[in-house]
Structure formats: structure tokens, C-alpha cells
Design a protein around this ligand. Structure first.
Ligand SMILES: [Zn+2]
Length: 317
């Protein structure tokens, strides 16, 4: 069984509780902020208070999806976990390359160097200075998984290098891979590539597929292959309504896939109440979305799978 490694050390599976599997809690101002000004969460007290709100609503664990070298704030995540009592599982890995400045080391690092960086963050502690210069300084908090990202550039040589390094690190450290899937990116092509690299499908979480892919048959094929799908187009009305989100979830539940579904909010500055009072807030699933799921006929047991049982099975498989 895999260890569950949080920013405060390993925890037991009984400690996972209610879990949102793809969030952003702290995010320093960098290239991603230039791309989208909502991609900045750099106020420690506001982020802490948002996580406390999540805790008060019944939340226990969060997977923080910002990878090292891409404006992750590792020490701050540790502080927030200590102060809020919420388990935070942090990421090494890489994000969409549009989120890195042109002269970033990630573009020139070899596959071996990238793999060593990922392994080092998972086993020795996360770097705190890798956003611009080379990684040198680190803290004692370790990353717990490997975040990756696929956009419509697809598997060009620079993305193949990154995914190969991530696959090597995942296999050597027995950790799982989370994949950000951009709208219209070919998730099935990537799945084949990762399987060829020796990864088990049960160790792969594909994220955002509820908005990245309009064809539910693709989602069903991915689930049939054994991967987990994380959905977070919840309270995100520029994409679709919560009714539509529940419709997708129900269709996949009736297809027999309720053991492989996970949910979250993929939060940004415009989704945290402490940064923007009109926002939905990190507790939205607990306070608003779950009551809607229940009204639609999704059972308590099924909700418990999406928010806890499936997370535990995925985190420890
Ligand atoms: Zn994200």
C-alpha cells in the first residue's frame, strides 16, 4: 500500500475524511498571473481563513495541485495545514508550459534532471526557490504526488520529455500522477503513452475532463481503461450549470463507474470568498453542491465514494 504523504508527514487512510482532489490554496505571482490574473493566491491569512471555512463545513483533506518551480508556496502550505487542521497533499511535477517564463530551467533540463527533481521533492523535501532560478533551497515538507499537464500542443518532444520524467519518478517512488487536461487535448493518446511507460491506470487521475471533453463516450472509455476522473466544473457557470455537472456524474454512475469518480473545485482567486466576497468559496461542494446531488437522487453512499472512499483507494493503490 502507498504511503499518504502530506506537508506535515504521513497520515493514515482513516485521517483522509472528506477530500477535494484538485485545489489551489497558495499561488505566488508569476507567469501564470500574467496569463490569467485569477491565478494568484498569495495572501497567507486569506488563504488560511478560506481553508478554515472548508474545515468548519466538514472538509478534512485537500490535494494542492500547484507543482514546484511553478509558483507553488510550499512553506505556506505547511503553515496553513498546521493552523487549520486540514491535511494538504502537495505536488511536484510540471504545469502547462505557457505558465513558465521563457528562460525557465524547465525548458533546458534533461529528462534525467527532471526526474531527479521530481524524486527529490517527493523523498527529501520541496524546493522553495525554483520558480526562476535553479532549485537550491528546500524545506522539510515533502510533495505527495506528481502533477502533470497536457494542452493542445499534445505530445511534442518537450512534453514527451516531461511526461517520461514524471512516469519514471512515479514508478521509482511509488507515487501517483495527476494530469491536467486542457480543453480539447487528446487524453486517450496520453493514456496510451503513460501505459507504455509502465504506469498502472489505477495510479492515474485525469482532471477537468468534465469541461475538457464534451464527448461522454471518451470519458467512459477512459474509465473502462481503469483511470480515475476528477471533475471540478462545479459552481463554474461560464462553462456549464451545476445541473449539467450532476447530469454528467449521474450518467457515469449509471454506467457503473462510481468507484472511479472524484470531485473538487480547482480554485482560483475568483473562487475564494476570502479574496472575493461574491465568490462561491472553498466550502461550496459541502454547503451547496452535495445538497443538489442528493435532490437529484444521488445517494449518500455514492457521495461518500466521490468524497472519501474513492480518494482513499486512489491514494493508497
Ligand atoms: Zn488546477
Amino acid at each position: 500500500m502507498k504511503e499518504i504523504v502530506t506537508v506535515l508527514g504521513t497520515i493514515r487512510k482513516e485521517d483522509i475524511g472528506f477530500c477535494q482532489c484538485h485545489e489551489h490554496i497558495m499561488l505566488s505571482k508569476g507567469k501564470s498571473f500574467e496569463v490569467n490574473s485569477a491565478l494568484c493566491l498569495d495572501d497567507l491569512e486569506k488563504s488560511l481563513n478560506e481553508v478554515k471555512r472548508y474545515r468548519q463545513a466538514g472538509g478534512n483533506t485537500i490535494l494542492e495541485a500547484q507543482p514546484g518551480g511553478c509558483n507553488r508556496m510550499a512553506k505556506e502550505l505547511r503553515y496553513i495545514s498546521e493552523e487549520s487542521g486540514v491535511n494538504i497533499i502537495a505536488a511536484t511535477g510540471f504545469h502547462k508550459l505557457i505558465f513558465y517564463p521563457e528562460n525557465h530551467w524547465i525548458f533546458t533540463a534533461s529528462q534525467e534532471e527532471l526526474e531527479m527533481f521530481f524524486i527529490s521533492e517527493l523523498t527529501n523535501g520541496m524546493y522553495t526557490d525554483a520558480d526562476n532560478g535553479l532549485p537550491v533551497r528546500r524545506c522539510s515538507a515533502k510533495a505527495g504526488f506528481i502533477k502533470t499537464a497536457l494542452d493542445v500542443e499534445e505530445l511534442t518532444s518537450r512534453y514527451r520529455k516531461l511526461f517520461s520524467a514524471a512516469a519514471g519518478a512515479a514508478i521509482k517512488t511509488n507515487r501517483f500522477i495527476m494530469v491536467h487536461i486542457e480543453q480539447n487535448a487528446d487524453s486517450e493518446l496520453l493514456l496510451e503513452y503513460l501505459k507504455e511507460k509502465g504506469l498502472k491506470t489505477g495510479n492515474l487521475m485525469f482532471c477537468h475532463m468534465d469541461r475538457a471533453c464534451k464527448d461522454i463516450n471518451v470519458l467512459k472509455r477512459m474509465l473502462s481503461a481503469g483511470v480515475y476522473l476528477e471533475f471540478d466544473t462545479i459552481g463554474r457557470f461560464k462553462y456549464h450549470s451545476d445541473e449539467h455537472e450532476i447530469h454528467i456524474i449521474k450518467e457515469l454512475i449509471s454506467g457503473g463507474y462510481e468507484d472511479q469518480l472524484l470531485f473538487s473545485l480547482d480554485t482560483t482567486r475568483t473562487r475564494f470568498k476570502t479574496y472575493d466576497n461574491a465568490a462561491i468559496g472553498l466550502d461550496y461542494i459541502l454547503t451547496t453542491f452535495i445538497p443538489e446531488m442528493k435532490k437529484s437522487g444521488i445517494t449518500e453512499e455514492q457521495i461518500d465514494k466521490l468524497s472519501n472512499k474513492n480518494c482513499i483507494r486512489f491514494l493508497t493503490a
